[in-house]
Design a binder for this molecule. Structure first.
Ligand SMILES: Cc1ncc(COP(=O)(O)O)c(C=O)c1O
Length: 372
């Protein structure tokens, strides 16, 4: 099967269809953010990866990596595909394996939501849940368990999305060209969450090749090692602590993370990202995942650097349905202390709004008093 097929047409030309669900991967829309971005300079466009059939950007890498492995003979009929995944990649791998007839075994951390784990099992994957609190080198970690299962399973192919450079290559060949063409080369900023670094680096490589001035902004979590490594070249285990956003940030340095392409790394909090996520649903009708809220929060944190002519592409990695029990659940939000107390960014916005209205009233008072 050719990669990124165009829809098939029947002989009489009336029936348009895809050969199978995999052919519907990619070519996701860029959607203008209107209300949430109304006070931000520039044109703010969301690359909404929830439009992929597996509802996340990981469809792109699963299909690309599996097809590259087939081409190089690493995958053969009857093989088992194994991966350590926080959920989305697993869903996409399970989908591709289902269509192509491979068995799929996934290790996930106990941080993955119950919905994500059920989804993986529904798609036919075997799921092994591993503790999140252990070091990556610990034999119980989801990385080490995946490696162990790969060693013990005859005909296994360990996808290794952190280290298999076909992860970033998938985005180099698809997401990058899409954003470039959709913006007619006018994109000035690309804002993207970093986990394995594939979505950020592959797309960034393409955009920088087209125009080295495109600003590449990585989004990282407090509790991840990526930003510090980018700043200092030091892998600092002291940075590692638990956080809530799924998919964003890392406790290892993945080979797919091309630090040299990044112009800035911005850290965002669990709380601000959760509120942005809910705003995106309410204000833009975009029911997107927690890390999309993180990417949106990053746009707000860099807004002072943006100019009116800028064209900002911000990538939203997945769909909100996988977070119904988390950011979209008031009880969960309260348990985290995210609801009930005012969000610092909105406090700042309120003060700014109050000051603006005071200034307008004061100017009106001066005009009336002085008869101007
Ligand atoms: C929801 C979500 N957001 C962001 C990311 C980060 O993408 P990448 O691994 O390409 O850096 C992931 C990756 O697992 C993810 O699942």
């Amino acid at each position: 099967m050719d990669f990124w097929q165009t829809p098939c047409k029947s002989k009489n030309g009336n029936v348009m269809y895809y050969e199978n669900v995999l052919a519907a991967i990619g070519k996701t829309p860029l959607i203008k953010l209107n209300k949430i971005a109304k006070d931000l300079p520039g044109l703010i466009l969301a690359k909404v990866e929830a439009f992929n059939p597996g509802q996340s950007a990981k469809d792109r890498i699963a299909l690309y990596m599996i097809e590259q492995a087939e081409k190089t003979g690493k995958l053969r009929p009857g093989s088992t595909v194994i991966e350590a995944t926080s959920g989305n990649t697993g869903y996409s791998i399970a989908m591709v394996c289902g269509i192509k007839g491979y068995k799929c075994i996934l290790t996930v951390t106990s941080k993955a939501s119950a919905e994500k784990i059920s989804l993986l099992r529904s798609m036919g994957a075997e799921v092994v849940v591993c503790p999140v609190e252990v070091d990556p080198e610990d034999p119980r970690s989801y990385y080490m368990r995946a490696e162990q299962i790969a060693r013990e399973t005859p005909g296994a192919f360990y996808l290794a999305q952190n280290f298999n450079l076909d992860n970033a290559n998938a985005h180099y060949h698809t997401t990058g060209p899409e954003i470039w063409e959709q913006t007619e080369g006018r994109v000035t900023h690309y804002i993207c969450c970093a986990g394995t670094g594939g979505t950020l680096s592959g797309t960034a490589r393409y955009l920088k090749e087209k125009n080295p001035d495109v600003q590449i902004i990585g989004v990282d979590a407090y509790g991840s090692v990526l930003k510090k490594y980018w700043e200092t070249g030091v892998y600092d285990k002291g940075e590692i602590r638990p956080y809530k956003i799924e998919g964003l940030g890392k406790n290892i340095i993945p080979d797919n993370m091309a630090f040299d392409l990044v112009d800035d790394f911005v850290k965002v909090t669990d709380r601000a990202s959760a509120h942005r996520c809910r705003q995106l649903a309410r204000l833009e009708g975009l029911f997107v995942g927690y890390s999309s809220g993180a990417a949106m929060q990053c746009v707000f944190q860099i807004k002072d650097r943006l100019k009116p002519d800028d064209v900002v592409a911000v990538l939203f990695p997945d769909h909100g349905s996988r977070y119904l029990g988390k950011v979209y659940n008031d009880e969960w939000m309260k348990q985290q202390g995210f609801l009930g107390v005012q969000h610092p960014t909105s406090q700042y916005d309120n003060i700014k709004r109050a000051y603006k209205s005071y200034r307008i009233k004061y100017q009106r008072y001066l005009r009336q008093t002085l008869g101007l």
